[in-house]
Every structure is written in structure tokens, then in C-alpha cells.
Design a binder for this molecule. Sequence first.
Ligand code: SF4
Length: 309
Amino acid sequence: MNLKIVEKIAKEHPFNSRNWNYQKIIRYLLSDDNNRIIEAMVIWHIKDGKVVEFLLELSNMYNCPVGCQFCASGALDKAPYLLESKDFWQQINIMLRDNNINPNDYERFCISFTGIGEPSIVYKQTGQFMSEVQEKYSHVTFIIGAFGYEPKCFDYWKNLDLRIKTLQLPFYSSNSTMLKKIVKNLPSNYSFYNNVLEALKYKENAKYNKCRVKVNMLGMCGINDSDEQVDEFIKILSPVKDKIEVRISFLNYTKQAEKNGYVSPTFDRLREIEKKLKTYGFECYSFGNISNEEIGCGQLVQNKISSKN
Ligand code: SF4
């Protein structure tokens, strides 16, 4: 890819998280010569006025073959295109240059694959890239948000001695019919729980011992927010509850989510779920921003494309 900036949006706002309460973001729309647009972000996590972490969030593909029905990233107008290490470097270099930033100036520097794309599909490319980044920035850590489309990713990354601090897996529903409806291209052998076990195996064998496994319960009204559905979630994860963290996330608005009828529960409901999980011994927190700050992944790209049509 030969990427160039087509749009840049700076925002800052309070944010509900565990270790910080405010964030400054610069979102980049980057286009290649074939008009494939991806998103990348520079983020400063701030706690009580002090930057606690500097983070770069990258796209790992254009479009996404998984096709989660609430996600704008999986509903773009051209065929999915998988990015390589040199494309990840380009995203980083463009953003660092544009902001005149040296990551070595930050005590905590993190690169996150939680934007457009499913990192488990490009596990070799992301693995190569992370190894290269570690060579250049010895203090870097990585966050990987993977649906778990290709569970062999965990084994592959395990052999690379990576500084992965978070492996995050989403939970949508325990009901297989519902799951097939939400995920257009759900692999026939998909198992959320097996993916959690694979991620835990990674963590247990990783040399970088700060790795944690996080389950991201993505709140969706009528799908996983009722008392019965929360009970089911508790039942599934109880055997590993002492080894994981749970994040209960606000579902960001996207046109795709609206079109397909996926709506986030209120923050009050997320907090009730959090409280219930805590009484069952889970380590958990609520996460998100209730105003529509255009932070749903792929949302800006989708807006850009529809504004051109
Ligand atoms: S949520 Fe992730 S895995 Fe699902 S379509 Fe979007 S980018 Fe792909």
C-alpha cells in the first residue's frame, strides 16, 4: 500500500475506563492508490490531567471478511484486502511524523490492533510486525482484539516472544443461532470458550509475564443484556473466572449497527451487569462513551465512502 492522509479528525472527551478518565484522539483516514481507505489513530490516555499512556491504533486490513453485522469495518465497498508489516509501519510512521512524536518520550507506549480487521486472520503479518517493532522500541507493548477467526494465531504468536499485554476476545452471545445471525461468516468450528482457553494457554506460556486475557462483552440489547443471558455468560466463564478480566462495553453507534438493529444497553444497565459479575467473583469494569463520538471502528471510512456516493 502507498498510504496518504485523506482526512484527520481531532477529538477529546471524558471516557469511562479503569486506569484513565479522559482521552485525546487524532483519527486518520488513509487511502492507498486504489482508493482503499483505512483508519488509524493516535490516542493519549489521560488520568486527572496527566498522560498515562500513548497509543497507536492500526488497521490490519481493508474491509473485514468476518462480517459482524454491527460493524462498519466489515461492510465496505471493495473486497477485503489484508495488510502486511510494511503497511503497519507506514501507518505508524505517518502518524508519528504528522505529530512530531518520538514514542521513546513516553514511559508507556502501546500499539493496538483493535481497529479495522481481524488480527487472527493476518496472524503472520501482525507477528512479524510486532517482532520488528520490539527491535526498535524495547518498551512497546501490544493490545490485540481478536474475534478468534483463526485460533492457530495464539500458537503462532507464542513462538515469537512478543510483548503482548492484552489479548482481548469478544463475547456476543452464547446462542449459536443468534451468533450466526450476528457474524455473517462465522467459521463452522468457532467456539468462543475454546478461544478463551487458547488465549489462556498463550498467556501461561508467554515469556512476557504481564499478558492478560480479557473478554469483551459487547453490550447488545436483547442479545446479551438480559438477566438470563448474563447468567449464561457467568456459567460459561466460571471455570476460568480467576484467570480472565471482563470488560463490559458500550456498543458504539455505526450506520451498520443501526441498519441491522444492534443497539447498546444504557450505561446504567452495563453497570448493573458489572455489579452482578463482581458478586460472582469476576474482575470486571464497564467501558465506553455514551455520546456518539464516531469511535465505532470503520465508521469514519463508511461515512467518507457514503459521502462520495
Ligand atoms: S468487529 Fe472486528 S472481526 Fe467483526 S467485522 Fe468488525 S473488524 Fe471484523
